[in-house]
Design a protein around this ligand. Structure first.
Ligand code: VAH
Length: 314
């Protein structure tokens, strides 16, 4: 059975139902630090704090877990506001999961992020292998996640896999305190108020991906035969764009949409990251290929949001 930590977060909210459809509802145990959550309505949910080793061990034994998908972490923006929290949660969390994996022979999937790259990394088409000296606490903990995961793989034989996610955009769940959150908020604001004040400068280009591509790519890596893998953690991306380019696409669907810009502390975080990512190694090793671009994603999300708010389609 699979245990998903951080199941209530942006990725977890969509990955859990996706996994349940594929592997069976009762084979996917959702967990998060909060007591109960609506996801428990659609299948098994346990409250579990990733900082508590014994509690996690109890869940693993009780639910016969053999694979942990570890999503629980503190993202970049909140991390820069409370660095000590991000440092503790993001390092102790993966340490507990890997130790439990070593003892109980579990598989582990734990996302990394393009946030592992910093100001000294090439900004365009950042390659799979290059300098990764991040200047955010979140990025530092994701470098650590990759390195400690690779160590448990080569030293103890733990099947550890990871993807360096770009900013992830979804219509179903609100993001959880990241620097790329503007790319989710903007759609909701465009539908609700036909205007949005962006917390980044209009020309801030970042690597992004639409959630359906994220779900598919994650399953592809999880199910890839071990012998096809040349890395434990892969660069992955769908597209790159700026807030101005995003606003222009939205105006094709909502002509009266207006955007203005009021950069805040997250501008410096965004500028420390790459503008675009080279994911050719994932394409070579396990046939990765994104299906959505900015235009098709925008059309898809706006029609989805209109449906959810039962608004007319045009
Ligand atoms: C964040 N959404 O903004 C995350 C992600 C590359 C960005 O890691 O922190």
């Amino acid at each position: 059975r699979i245990l998903v930590t951080g199941a209530v977060g942006q990725i977890g909210s969509e990955l859990v139902p996706f996994l349940r459809k594929r592997y069976g509802v009762n084979n996917v145990i959702a967990s998060d630090v909060s007591e109960i959550h609506s996801s428990s309505a659609e299948g098994p949910y346990v409250q579990a704090d990733i900082m508590k080793f014994d509690k996690l061990d109890e869940v693993i034994q009780k639910h016969d877990i053999n694979f942990v998908i570890h999503l629980a972490c503190v993202l970049s923006a909140i991390g820069e506001q409370i660095p000590v929290l991000a440092l503790k949660v993001n390092t102790r969390g993966i340490e507990n999961i890997l130790e439990l994996a070593r003892i109980n022979k579990l598989r582990v999937y734990a996302p990394s992020s393009i946030a592992i790259y910093g100001p000294t990394t090439p900004k365009d088409e950042t390659p799979q292998e290059c300098v990764a000296r991040p200047t955010t606490i979140y990025g530092i903990t994701k470098v650590y996640t990759e390195l400690i995961g690779e160590y448990y793989h080569q030293r103890f034989g733990v099947d550890f896999r990871s993807l360096r996610y770009p900013g992830i955009i979804s219509s179903e769940a609100q993001p959880g305190g990241g620097t790329t959150d503007y790319a989710v908020e903007i759609y909701h604001e465009a539908i609700a108020n036909k205007k949005y004040t962006c917390f980044l400068k209009e020309d801030t280009k970042m690597p992004m991906m639409y959630m359906p591509d994220t779900l598919r790519g994650t399953i592809q890596l999880i199910e890839a035969p071990e012998e096809t893998l040349t890395q434990r953690s892969y660069n992955l991306t769908g597209m790159s764009f700026t807030p101005a380019e995003m606003a222009k696409e939205i105006q094709k669907e909502i002509p009266e949409f207006q955007i203005d810009y009021s950069p805040d502390f997250r501008q410096a975080i965004a500028e420390s990251w790459p503008r675009s990512i080279d994911d050719s190694v994932a394409r070579r090793d396990w046939n990765w290929k994104p299906e959505f671009n900015l235009s098709s994603m925008t059309k898809h999300i706006i029609s989805r949001l209109r449906e959810k708010k039962n608004l007319p389609s045009t």
